[in-house]
Design a binder for this molecule. Structure first.
Ligand SMILES: Nc1nc2c(ncn2[C@@H]2O[C@H](COP(=O)(O)OP(=O)(O)OP(=O)(O)O)[C@@H](O)[C@H]2O)c(=O)[nH]1
Length: 989
């Protein structure tokens, strides 16, 4: 002061203001001053003091809670004010962050231009880190700072120790570079006590979880805009640690669950300050991905991360919408074994299709058609190119009758063309409307790997059980056993049956007269009861197979007759097979034990080889040594049959309409159609309306085997029935119906079916005929070789047929009338004779009578045991059917040595070089290697005489009517045309 005057610069020093600030105040207060050396009155000085008291001071280092944040007031005035300079540096560093920095997004500050500090190494160091995206802000190197009191007055005395100390101090602190972190602004003391919420909150990134850590607070203060930091009332911004959401717990993430997330430290330390935050793009667990094109690496990573997060959120929402979360989880698990990485991986994947789409993607019915092994490659190629909706091929079809090619193709799910093609290769020309019989249809189906069962076979298997219905179960009563006698020829079947009948039937009948009706029932005393056994009388051996097969279907027990002196023979084995196939128990009668040569033990031994082990040898097969002549053990045999019947537990319901089987049938001249019916269930009565096969009948009369008229026939009894409209076939089933009308309707229906079947068979037969009468045959171009093939086994048959197909059949066609395993029978000879066929046997024998028949009918029977010999003969036979061909046969060679003109022309004087030349032979005149004539030799002379031929080494004269241009040196080739049998091989060349 000076005489009540105060100079401006003194006042500025007093007020710690710049002179120009004082001058400005003076100007504002209209105090006339010129410079800082001007004087003013004390009163003006007071006014200035008062005015200056509201103005900001040059230093911002004032104690909290009143931080000075105005940039224009924080401009450093001198290097000795590092605190202010560092404060400004801090503000500038933050404001100068890159545009994409999250800080700017959160609170876009306006960087104060005047806050730029003077360039200094320290400021440079501090400026760099925050501007690098993804780079940690090094919060850990900055200890939590406490407010530093604003330095007052001289700051030169500031020591570095004070700067590094974390203790609060009221003294001015000359801050060295590390201390410039201005902890006061970042963490005011009042805020250090603030509770630190442990609640993670969601940032803009829905997946980010934001726990709070104390460490990050200093970082927050660093990065916060200065204007924001200056707000006294500003609550402490928590340092936010962005953690990756747990991919395996999307639900918790969605609901903001925090208890688990706050403990997760695997994703790295704090990376961003303030909220909202973005995820740390540098977290270690994030998969390394190449930056996208056209974008800076950091930016692309950030964008990619954002997209991933968005996709992930979308994915989760989709997953929640889907009912089946398991699919999503499975997909996620399948995509990445590391659950921590699944969110990103999932987001990059196509979302799983809904299940409905998946099921439609590969419908079961649609498949690429693969061809069977048969057929040409062209067909396969065609099929491979198209995808069809096909049904699965059946493994088994059941045929009840013949069917057309079209129907069969539908059954086996194959194109008609394939069936037709297959049959064509088998030598059967068909079209889709032609009917195939069951064997042919079976052959076709089996060629396409489909098994075939016929209704007939099915009924055979069920025959014994189908006779009893469920309704019969309550009324079942014991019935006599039905017994069939089987065995080899002359082993005594008839004798045994007669012996039993005579002993058990005739004895009780007047005169002992019985009638052959194909079945007999005998009375047997068994354990005090009068029991009965019904025997089916098998026909003669010529029809043994069919009737025995039928017999076993209706038979409860089979009596196997084996002659004790002959043992097991082929028909014995066949009978065993039939019985076993029908699951009929066998009781063996070892017959003729009365003979001296009888050896029952040998028979038993042989039977053991066939699987029948006698009881006395530890097996379960009943074997009774009997004699039909002496009657020995006949009672024992019957006893055994009844015991076996008890084991079989045979029952039927007599209280119902009858069902059964035809045993025999014939047309009696006096009585009309007659059939022996075996009642297998129910009771057959006079007047019953029945259907037998396809024949209607009304029972007019019934006779038993003792010529007794009977009114009713109970189960297991066989009766001869009169009253049928037609003769049924043995083996047909019969059934009684309640009303005649119903029976007639069913019979008519069956008759129609049967006629249709016959018609189909006839058409099938005619089809073969049509095949032979092809156009070529009609024109005489096609010849046929009819063959009837019999072989030992089916495999041989097929092999031979396959070989025959290999033979060329362009002109001569092989027509196989029948090919089957088995011996050559008399019937085969008849068929061959009727068809003009040759019988080919392979490893088989002739049935009795077949040879005589073939001799009588002139049928050629060829037997082979080597297949190539068979084929050779077949080929020879085919060649025999080929038209013979004319071939030139050389005779000799003649040289012309002189030409003699004659009246009509010229004759050649020749010399026979080789061979011979004959009159009327054919010649070729060759001149210099060229043929100049070919024709007949008309005159041949030796000397002046006509001769028939001239041999080699002699001269001769040759004249030709149509050729006289002879020249010396001509060569004459003499030859003749002969017929030769053509061969298949030659023709085929
Ligand atoms: N010694 C003796 N001879 C018997 C016996 N049984 C049958 N024979 C004789 O054996 C021969 C054949 O008897 P069949 O009863 O005709 O034999 P089969 O098995 O019925 O013959 P096929 O009807 O042709 O199959 C006859 O000459 C019988 O006399 C027996 O027990 N002892």
């Amino acid at each position: 002061m000076n005489n009540g005057k105060v100079r401006i610069y003194e006042l500025s020093r007093e007020l710690d203001l710049d002179n120009k600030d004082i001058l400005a105040i003076c100007e504002r207060l209209s105090i006339a001053v010129k410079s800082h050396s001007s004087t003013i009155t004390e009163s003006d000085a007071e006014r200035i003091r008062a005015a200056a008291s509201g103005a900001p001071k040059r230093s911002l280092q004032k104690p909290p809670p009143k931080p000075k944040q105005k940039p224009n007031l924080t401009k450093p005035k001198a290097p000795n004010r590092p605190v202010r300079k560092q404060q400004i540096l801090e503000v500038r560093r933050h404001q100068s962050s890159e545009p994409n920095s999250p800080e700017k997004k959160v609170s876009p500050p306006q960087a104060p231009k005047d806050a730029s500090p003077a360039k200094s190494p320290s400021s440079d160091d501090l400026r760099q880190p925050p501007n690098r995206p993804g780079r940690p802000n090094k919060p850990s190197v900055r200890p939590p700072q406490k407010p530093v009191p604003r330095p007052t007055g001289n700051t030169n005395g500031a020591s570095s120790s004070g700067a590094t100390s974390s203790e609060p101090s009221d003294q001015a602190v000359p801050v060295s570079k590390p201390q410039i972190v201005q902890p006061k602004l970042v963490s005011p003391p009042s805020r250090t006590q603030a509770p630190r919420p442990k609640v993670a909150r969601r940032s803009d990134d829905p997946d980010a979880k934001i726990p709070v850590t104390e460490v990050g607070r200093s970082v927050e203060a660093q990065d916060k805009p200065a204007a924001l930091k200056a707000k006294p009332s500003l609550k402490p911004k928590p340092v936010i640690e962005v953690r990756r959401p747990k991919p395996s717990s999307p639900t918790a993430d969605e609901t903001g669950a925090t208890d688990t997330d706050t403990d997760d430290t695997s994703s790295g330390g704090p990376v961003l300050v303030g909220a909202p935050r973005r995820p740390d793009v540098r977290r270690p667990s994030a998969p390394a991905r190449p930056p996208k094109r056209g974008k800076p690496r950091g930016e692309s990573e950030e964008e990619e991360m954002r997209q991933r997060a968005s996709k992930n959120a979308t994915k989760k929402r989709r997953a929640q919408r889907l009912d089946d979360d398991d699919d999503i989880e499975e997909l996620e698990a399948g995509l990445s074994g590391d659950s921590s990485a699944t969110p990103i991986s999932i987001s990059l994947m196509r979302p799983p299709k809904p299940k409905s789409h998946q099921s439609q993607a590969k419908p079961a019915a649609v498949k690429s058609r693969s061809m069977p092994t048969r057929g040409g490659s062209s067909r396969n190629n065609r099929r491979d190119r198209k995808v069809e909706v096909v049904e699965d091929k059946p493994e088994l079809i059941i045929l009840t009758n013949g069917l057309t090619v079209h129907e069969l193709a539908q059954e086996i799910k194959e194109p008609e063309t394939e069936v037709i093609k297959f049959l064509f290769f088998k030598g059967i020309a068909t079209n889709i409307n032609q009917t195939l019989d069951i064997p042919t249809a079976r052959m076709v189906a089996e060629a396409f790997d489909i098994q075939v069962e016929t209704a007939e076979a099915e009924s055979e298997a069920k025959k014994t059980t189908e006779m009893i219905d469920e309704g019969d179960l309550e009324n079942l009563k014991q019935r006599p056993p039905v017994v069939t006698i089987m065995g080899h020829v002359d082993h005594g079947k008839t004798s045994l049956l007669d012996a039993i009948r005579e002993a058990k039937v005739a004895s009780g009948e007047a005169g002992g007269i019985t009638q052959h009706i194909g079945a007999y029932h005998v009375d047997v005393e068994h354990e005090g009861d009068n029991r009965q056994v019904v025997f089916l009388d098998t026909p003669g051996h010529e029809a043994f197979t069919a009737m025995r097969a039928r017999g076993t279907r209706v038979t409860d027990i089979a009596v196997l007759v084996v002659a004790a002196d002959d043992g097991v023979r082929p028909q014995t084995i066949e009978a065993i097979s039939h019985a076993k196939a029908a699951q009929v128990p066998i009781v063996t009668a070892i017959n003729k034990v009365d003979k001296e040569t009888a050896n029952p033990d040998r028979v038993k031994q042989e039977l053991m080889e066939q699987g029948l082990v006698p009881e006395e040898w530890g097996g379960d097969s009943i074997m009774v040594p009997v004699s039909a002549i002496t009657g020995e053990n006949l009672d024992l045999l019957l006893e055994m049959l009844l015991l076996q019947a008890e084991v079989e537990d045979l029952h039927a319901n007599p209280d119902r309409l009858a069902k059964g089987t035809v045993i025999e049938a014939n047309l009696d001249k006096a009585r009309g159609p007659v059939a022996t019916l075996l009642v297998q269930n129910g009771t057959l009565k006079i007047g019953d309306s029945m259907v037998v096969g396809s024949v209607f009948g009304k029972v007019r009369a019934m006779l038993d085997d003792r010529l007794n008229r009977v009114e009713a026939a109970s189960p297991s009894f066989a009766v001869e029935v009169l009253g049928l409209n037609d003769v049924p076939q043995a083996g047909d089933e019969f059934e009684v119906f309640k009303s005649e009308k119903e029976a007639r309707a069913i019979a008519d229906s069956r008759a129609i079916d049967q006629r249709q079947s016959r018609l189909q068979q006839a058409m099938a037969s005619r089809r073969v005929t049509l095949n032979t009468l092809s156009a070529q045959a009609q024109e005489g171009e096609l010849k046929e070789l009819n063959i009837l093939l019999k072989a030992d086994v089916q495999g041989s048959v097929e092999a031979i047929l396959a070989s025959l197909q290999q033979l060329p059949q362009d002109e001569v066609q092989i027509r196989v009338l029948m090919a089957a395993p088995g011996e050559i029978s008399e019937t085969d000879v008849d068929l061959a004779a009727a068809s003009g066929a040759v019988i080919i046997g392979f490893n088989t024998t002739l049935a009795p009578g077949a040879q005589q028949a073939s001799d009588r009918l002139g049928v050629d029977i060829r037997d082979y045991d080597i297949i190539y010999k068979l084929l050779e003969d077949i080929e020879g036979a085919m060649e025999g059917l080929l038209e013979p061909e004319l071939v030139a046969e050389d005779l000799g060679e003649v040289e012309v040595r002189a030409v003699f003109p004659v009246r009509k022309g010229a004759v050649a004087g020749c010399y026979v070089l080789s061979g011979k030349v004959t009159r009327n032979c054919k010649i070729r005149v060759m001149r210099n290697g060229t043929q100049v004539y070919e024709g007949n030799l008309d005159s041949l002379k030796r000397m002046r005489d006509d001769v028939k031929e001239v041999a080699s080494g002699f001269e001769c004269g040759i004249g030709v009517d149509k050729f006289s241009n002879w020249q010396e040196g001509d060569r004459i080739e003499a030859f003749k045309m002969v017929t030769k049998r053509r061969t298949l091989a030659g023709r085929s060349q």
